[in-house]
Structures are given as C-alpha cells and as structure tokens.
Design a protein around this ligand. Structure first.
Ligand SMILES: Nc1nc2c(c(=O)[nH]1)N[C@@H](CN(C=O)c1ccc(C(=O)N[C@@H](CCC(=O)O)C(=O)O)cc1)CN2
Length: 282
C-alpha cells in the first residue's frame, strides 16, 4: 500500500510556486493575496495563519483584513469592491464559514472572477464545468488531482466515486475527474446503497464530513482512497471520513488525515494566486 503524503507533495508544489513568484518579481510584479476573515471562529484563525505563513514561504505578499463578527453584508461587499479595484491585489479569499447573518453566496459572487483565489465564483465554476482552461479551480479538488498525478494514478476509464456534493469539494471534484475521463458517480447522504457504491469504486474520494462513515471493509481491493474529511473527535483526535486502518489494508494507495489533502488545499491556493498574478502581465 502506497501512502500518498500530502505534506511532501505540497512542499514540491510550494517550490514550483516560489520559482514562478521570483520570475514575476523579476518582471516587476510582486504577487499579492488578500485574505478576509470575519468574526473569531478559532479554526478559521488557525487556517488563515497557516495560509499567510505559506505565502511568506513562497514570497507572496499576504494581507489580512480581520473584521468583527458584527460586520454587515454591505460593509463586507464594500471592502471586496475596494480589493477588486486594487492592482496590488492579485488574489482575494474570503475565509469560510461567514457569520450567519451574511449571505455567503452574495459575498463570493462579489469577488472579481479575475481575483478569485478560491475558484468559487460562478463564472469560474461554470468554466470548469465546460472545460475552459486557465481559470482558478477550487483548491481542495485541484489538490486531489495533483495527488493522483503524483501517485501515478490515471483516472481515465476508472470508476470514481465522490462521496459528498458540496459546492467547494464534491461537485468540482466530480467535474475534474470527469474531465480526466473517469466514469464518475456522485454519492451523498441520501444515496441508497453507499456500501455497494464504494465497493465498485476504483478511485474513492470521501468528502462528506462525517467521521469514519466509510467503512474499510466496503473498499474495493486495490482501490485508491482519497480522504478529504477532517473530523475532530471528542478526545481531540483528528480523523477522516474513512476508517483508515481497515481501508489501508485493502487499498493500493491512500491519503492520511492529517497530512493528506489538507496541506494540498493550502498549496493549491498559492498556485491559484500566482496564476492570477501571471494573468495580469500576459
Ligand atoms: N475560503 C475558504 N474557506 C475554507 C476552505 C477553503 O478552501 N476556502 N476550506 C476549509 C478550511 N481550510 C482552508 O481554508 C483548510 C482546513 C484544514 C487544512 C489542513 O491543512 N488541515 C490539516 C490538519 C489541521 C488540524 O490539525 O486541525 C491536515 O489535514 O493535515 C487546510 C485548509 C474551510 N474554509
């Protein structure tokens, strides 16, 4: 069984991004990412700190706007309008989740598609679904595709099962696997026979957000298992959506949690940001 090491692949991706950032700097362009965080969600604070540290490592200038939880939607939209107009800002990211009184969709839609570091804008989502290249793609599924490539797993002709239909992972993941010629099934909480679907999958991507929902015994012998889940148990332990040990005993390759897809999500944000910066000088 091959353990697909997200930390190792992320380090390689960061090295590539650092080279691109230096090349842009030599042309007078300093790549910049602006992160907007609203409220005091402790996990978001940690993730944003991590993203800023990543930026520093590869030479991207990062700026954080940390707004109080009471920020109104109008105030947030006004900030995004200012960032859209600022030529020093190549990428904009609004950390999710947002406080409940803010309409998340309206905020994501307000980010210019040309500065959409997360790839969540409807224009970029639409571009992915019809195969337009050169636009930012959601970081988590893009990271999964890079992991498959690094592990020399070609999705072409394989049965791929994506468990979870979120806008930021499940749906774009299905589109990316389809683009690479997999036969894709998208399962979710109301799928009738999840065990049966998992048992037929050559490539399984679990992104449903329920601790160890996918049992190792369901996994097809030799399958490639990608676990996007990050679930904190009562004892503080972090586990994925797949029963790791039992799945690893049947899989040909598997990602760990932590140290799998999470670091790749962060690395692909850097890729999106430098690609957006490159588009300003082409
Ligand atoms: N605007 C966005 N908001 C959110 C996104 C996103 O892609 N864009 N995704 C998640 C959170 N997230 C990035 O923002 C993220 C979460 C976790 C990790 C990670 O590296 N996890 C580690 C484990 C960390 C731990 O111990 O708690 C790992 O898997 O090894 C990266 C990115 C929601 N919001």
């Amino acid at each position: 069984m091959n353990l697909i090491d997200g930390k190792q692949i992320a380090a390689k991706v960061k090295g590539e991004v650092a080279t691109e950032v230096r090349a842009l700097a030599a042309r007078g362009v300093q790549t910049g990412l602006t992160v907007v965080r609203v409220g005091d969600d402790p996990a978001s604070a940690i993730y944003v700190r991590g993203k800023r540290k990543d930026c520093e490592e590869v030479g991207i200038t990062s700026v954080e706007h940390h707004l109080p939880a009471t920020t109104t939607q109008a105030e947030l939209l006004a900030l995004i309008a200012r960032l859209n107009a600022d030529p020093a800002v190549h990428g904009i990211l609004v950390q999710l989740p947002l406080p409940k009184h803010v309409d998340e969709r309206a905020v994501l839609d307000a980010i210019s598609p040309a500065k959409d570091a997360d790839g969540f804008h409807p224009f970029n989502v639409g571009a992915l679904s019809i195969g337009i290249a050169g636009v930012p793609r959601p970081c988590t599924p893009a990271g999964v595709m890079r992991m498959l490539d690094e592990a020399k797993v070609d999705p072409k002709g394989k049965r791929a099962l994506v468990v979870g239909r979120s806008n930021i992972v499940g749906k774009p993941m299905a589109m990316m696997l389809l683009e690479r010629h997999a036969t894709v099934t998208l399962a979710h909480s109301r799928t009738a026979d999840l065990a049966g679907e998992v048992g037929r999958a050559d490539i399984l991507v679990a992104a449903i957000g329920k601790a160890e929902l996918v049992k190792g015994a369901w996994v097809k012998e030799g399958a490639v298992v990608i676990d996007v889940g990050m679930n904190r148990l009562a004892d503080g332990k972090l586990v994925g959506d797949v029963e790791f040990a039992a799945a690893a005993a049947r899989a040909s390759a598997i990602t760990p949690v932590p140290g799998g897809v999470g670091p790749m999500t962060r690395a692909m944000l850097l890729v999106n940001t430098v690609e957006l910066a490159k588009r300003t000088v082409r």
